[in-house]
Ligand binder design. Structure first.
Ligand SMILES: C[S@@+](CC[C@H](N)C(=O)[O-])C[C@H]1O[C@@H](n2cnc3c(N)ncnc32)[C@H](O)[C@@H]1O
Length: 417
């Protein structure tokens, strides 16, 4: 039996006080004065105003939630006044997406020291948020980076077809870092990416971080836009100093689409820093019934349970299909810094133990390793969430799940046309 060392449980405070108060200020800047306000608006704090806005936006919150969860393909046809849509998204999704991003980046920091390494660089950081919405991914990244005194020079480019979303994102980010250079581009992604293609050969000394939050599923059906996106992400790889954050829903079909994108990025030359313990093909694509996503416990800020009650959900535990990729030069620098190749094994599932007595509902942990997927029985320790490291101190007795193939044998899959 393998000897296991348990990783410490990750911090659950995934939305800082600062991000919560800036969120409330942005809500207050977008919202009309709520009818149920018992004092003049000027005497009401941003958080009290947000609390009064939430019940008035009940119908919109439910409609947008249903559009995202029941029929995501219809999201683009979802008709709502753009300003109302941005406010609804800010109320219903912004903080949860911010928490998911922070949860993921903290695990990356814990494993590979990415955030500390970035803070030590003498180069400027350029963040490009593609389909930025309310800017949750960029906000979470900068909030974490700026937790220390030392701030690295930073420029942010926000791209979205909706002006209302761009305004909301810019409002929050300006408050977080007034010194950052902020550019907003109200453009369709295919147009923006075409324009960027023309700049492919321009010398650039920046570290470039591409943020893709819940946007791949909205552009994947368009060959023109998705191919332009892949070309764009591959474009800077030769220069190095590239990072990508990818977040998508945790549902089976969309998570598997994200896994395919992960394989394409790795075939291109990116290395998967999170959650994967290797950059060979994703073993969870081998069986149609598997899909990979991450989980986090979230200590929700006070107004969030109010929104969850309207939506009939509980987001104390968050899920998302979530990845961080880096160019090989950054992967090498981090390995040298931490003197580690990264985790041996990562928890990717909790399948029922088929051999256990019927009705006992005993679980196994499904682990992703560079030798394929393996199962380990659940032990008496605290529950391990999907996406956390399972450190093996010695080789476990392997129960093969997928065919065990060596790293060298598992070749990258063909690029999707
Ligand atoms: C689901 S929201 C995600 C927002 C944000 N990235 C996040 O993770 O919270 C998708 C965003 O992508 C934008 N979007 C979708 N397709 C786009 C396109 N083809 N061109 C520009 N923006 C697009 C939408 O306007 C929307 O703001």
């Amino acid at each position: 039996m393998a000897k296991i060392s348990r990783p410490t449980s990750p911090d659950t405070l995934l939305t800082s006080r600062r991000s919560y108060s800036i969120w409330a200020a942005t809500v207050a800047s977008l919202a009309k004065t709520p009818r149920n306000l018992d004092r003049p608006r000027k005497d009401v704090s941003d958080l009290d105003l947000a609390a009064a806005v939430i019940p008035e936006m009940r119908r919109e919150l439910i409609e947008l939630w249903e559009a995202f969860t029941l029929n995501r393909a219809e999201v683009s046809r979802y008709l709502m006044d753009p300003k109302k849509e941005a406010l609804t998204y800010l109320l219903g999704f912004h903080l949860a997406n911010l928490a998911r991003t922070q949860g993921m980046l903290r695990r990356v920091e814990h494993r590979m020291g990415l955030i500390s390494w970035l803070r030590e660089q003498n180069r400027p950081l350029h963040i490009e948020d593609l389909g930025c919405g309310t800017g949750a991914l960029t906000f979470a990244t900068l909030d974490l980076l700026f937790r220390e005194e030392k701030k690295l020079p930073c420029s942010v480019e926000l791209v979205d077809k909706s002006k209302a979303f761009l305004d909301a994102a810019a409002h929050g980010l300006q408050q977080l870092d007034p010194a950052a250079t902020l550019v907003t581009r109200q453009q369709r992604l295919d147009e923006y990416l075409e324009r960027e293609r023309g700049k492919a050969d321009e010398a650039n000394e920046n570290i470039v971080w591409h943020q893709l939050g819940y946007v791949w599923n909205e552009i994947a059906h368009s060959p023109k836009t998705s191919q332009a996106m892949l070309r764009h992400l591959g474009q800077g790889l030769k220069q190095g100093r590239r990072l990508i954050t990818l977040i998508e829903p945790a549902t089976q079909d969309l998570a598997r689409a994200a896994q395919q994108l992960r394989d394409e990025l790795c075939a291109m030359g990116y290395q998967a820093l999170y959650p994967c313990p290797h950059s060979a093909n994703c073993p969870m694509l081998e069986r149609a019934r598997d899909w990979c996503y991450s989980e986090w416990e979230w200590q929700q800020p006070p107004l969030m349970p109010k929104i969850d009650r309207i939506l009939g959900i509980d987001r104390h535990r968050l899920g998302a299909s979530a990845y961080v990729f880096v160019s090989p030069d950054i992967a090498m620098a981090l390995r040298t810094l931490k003197n580690t190749e990264g985790p041996d094994a990562v928890v990717v599932g909790r399948p029922l133990d088929e051999k256990a007595a019927r009705g006992s509902r005993k679980f196994n942990y499904l682990l992703c390793t560079d030798e394929g997927l393996i199962k380990e029985p659940v032990d008496a320790g605290p529950e391990r969430l999907r996406g956390v490291v399972w450190k093996r101190m010695e080789k476990p007795k392997v129960t093969p799940v997928t065919a065990q193939k060596s790293k060298a044998v598992r070749k990258p899959q063909k690029t999707r046309k």
